[in-house]
Every structure is written in structure tokens, then in C-alpha cells.
Design a binder for this molecule. Structure first.
Ligand code: HEM
Ligand code: HEM
Length: 229
């Protein structure tokens, strides 16, 4: 069978990826570069948390190459892939390769933990996360530490991710970036997907948006006024 341009990355996954990139950039901008944008920082943070939840659900019910079960593999597959990579003749995979696949849970865990810790921190000036007043001083300290430290961990993972993608593009001549934009790869059509399941994705996104609203608006405990004085 010959290879032809075949849909591999569904539309919701691609929207997830590029929204993640834009929002993480916006988080850095609103926290470290611009002053007075903490409200926006919090809203982008809630959106990032929602995105992470979406990707976890999509990893269970999404199309083939988005499902965790289709790309998370055991140590021996990872070892064999790493070996083939060192010989500069990497085995071909339609979706994520076993080594690159490890980055997916790593990024989801770190961004998820960064978003959750944000709910419990303060900038010591005007803004406090919605659950900051509800926890002990000790928990506040741990969350503050996590919120500062995890971003450095995230930057390291992103640096590795972008370097890996650029190496595939430039050294191994694999057009991965284009495929994350239009969704298609040059593979046998039987290995691709036929639908993006976007109606299911919209339905899941709406439920998650409602959950996030509940979490950061409805469920937030009322604060005693003397907490601030
Ligand atoms: C904030 C920066 C970034 C983050 C957090 C990030 C995160 C991710 C994640 C989580 C995936 C896995 C997709 C999934 O299955 O859920 C992925 C895949 C991918 N990303 Fe990124 N990404 C970033 C920046 C970029 C940039 C700048 C590029 C392009 C230069 C890029 C190109 C790709 C490609 C091509 C894939 C698919 C890899 C494959 O074929 O296995 N990413 N990225
Ligand atoms: C995944 C989502 C998030 C990312 C990537 C992120 C990233 C960051 C970064 C890079 C900083 C600067 C840390 C430093 O100066 O070392 C920061 C600070 C801060 N973030 Fe976030 N954040 C996220 C979510 C949130 C959320 C949801 C909230 C609150 C609702 C929040 C509230 C804050 C506050 C109050 C600060 C200031 C802390 C301080 O000055 O000590 N963040 N965030």
C-alpha cells in the first residue's frame, strides 16, 4: 500500500495544542513581564486547567492517535525506539513515538499542578487566588513555592520538546510541525483517522467550562472580612 496524506491529528487535539502554547506564553507575559494583569492571569490559568482536564478526557474518548492507550508504551518499546534513534534510523510511528509520548503526561501533570497551585497563591499586593484564604499558612507557603518552581520545570520540558521537534524537522527531515497544523501525515490511509469527533469535543468542553465556573466562582468559600486586616 502506498502512503498518502492522511488525517492523523484530530482538530480538537490541534486546537488543544496551539491554545496550550498561546496560553502558557500569556501566563509568562501577565506574571513576569506586564504589571497589573493578575485578573487576566487568573482567567488564563483557569482556561489552562480546563484544557488539561479536556486533554485527559480526550486521551480516553478521543480518536485513535489522541488516546493514551495508543501511544503510551512500556520501557522496552521506549528503549528500542531510543536505540533506533541513536543509529539515526528511527522506527516510524503514525502518532507519537514511544519516547516523545512521555512528554504528554509530563506536560499535563506540570501544567495541571501549576494551575491548581495558582488557586492558592497571592501576589501580596492586590490579587489572591480564590482558595488562598481557605488554607493554612503552611499550605499557602507550599503552593507559593510550587507555583514559582514548577514554571521553571515546565520551561525545561518545553525547551526539550521544541529542540526535539526541530531536530526531527531539520536533521531527520520529518515534517512534524506542518502535521500539527493541518493534521495530516504521509502514511498509509488505514493508519489514519476518519473523523475528528468535534461534536463530542464541543460537548466535553462545555461540561468542563461549567465545572470550572463552579470551581472558581460558585464553590469558593466566603471570606471573613477580618482575614484581610
Ligand atoms: C508552550 C510550548 C509548547 C507546549 C506546552 C507543547 C505541548 C505539546 C504537547 C502536550 C504535545 C502532545 C499533543 C498531545 O497528544 O496532546 C505536543 C505535540 C507536538 N508539538 Fe508541542 N508544545 C509547545 C510548543 C510547540 C512548538 C513551538 C511547536 C512547533 C515548533 C510544537 C510542535 C509540536 C508537534 C509537531 C507535536 C507532535 C509531535 C509528534 O509528532 O509526536 N510544539 N506539544
Ligand atoms: C497553568 C497555569 C498557570 C501558569 C503557567 C502560571 C504561571 C505563573 C508564573 C510564571 C508566575 C511568576 C512566578 C514568579 O515570579 O516566579 C505566576 C505568578 C502568579 N500566579 Fe500564576 N500561573 C498559572 C495559573 C494561575 C492561577 C489559576 C492563578 C490564580 C487564580 C495564578 C495566580 C498567580 C499569582 C497570584 C502570582 C503571583 C505570585 C507572586 O507574586 O508571588 N496563577 N504564575
Amino acid at each position: 500500500m502506498t502512503n498518502r496524506k492522511t488525517l492523523v491529528w484530530d482538530l480538537p487535539l490541534r486546537i488543544f495544542h496551539w491554545s496550550l502554547v498561546l496560553l502558557i506564553f500569556a501566563q509568562w507575559l501577565t506574571a513576569e513581564v506586564l504589571d497589573g494583569y493578575m485578573d487576566l492571569h487568573a482567567k488564563f490559568g483557569y482556561s489552562l486547567l480546563g484544557l488539561v482536564i479536556f486533554r485527559v478526557v480526550w486521551g480516553i474518548v478521543g480518536p485513535k492517535h489522541s488516546r493514551f492507550g495508543s501511544f503510551l508504551r512500556g520501557p522496552s518499546a521506549i528503549y528500542h525506539y531510543a536505540h533506533s534513534l541513536l543509529s539515526r534510523r528511527p522506527s516510524t510511528y503514525t502518532g507519537h513515538n514511544p519516547l516523545g509520548a512521555l512528554m504528554v503526561p509530563a506536560i499535563l501533570i506540570v501544567v495541571g499542578a501549576q494551575g491548581i497551585s495558582g488557586l492558592f497563591v497571592t501576589d501580596d499586593v492586590l490579587f489572591t487566588g480564590p482558595y488562598y484564604p481557605s488554607v493554612t499558612d503552611e499550605t499557602q507557603g507550599i503552593m507559593q513555592w510550587l507555583h514559582h518552581t514548577l514554571f521553571d520545570v515546565l520551561l525545561i520540558i518545553i525547551g526539550l520538546h521544541i529542540s526535539a521537534i526541530l531536530s526531527y524537522e531539520l536533521l531527520l527531515k520529518k515534517p512534524l510541525i506542518g502535521s500539527m497544523l493541518h493534521g495530516k501525515k504521509d502514511v498509509q490511509s488505514k493508519n489514519g483517522i476518519t473523523h475528528s469527533r468535534w461534536i463530542l469535543a464541543v460537548f466535553i468542553a462545555l461540561i468542563i467550562a461549567a465545572f470550572m465556573y463552579w470551581l472558581v466562582v460558585v464553590a469558593v468559600p466566603e471570606v471573613e472580612l477580618d482575614f484581610y486586616y
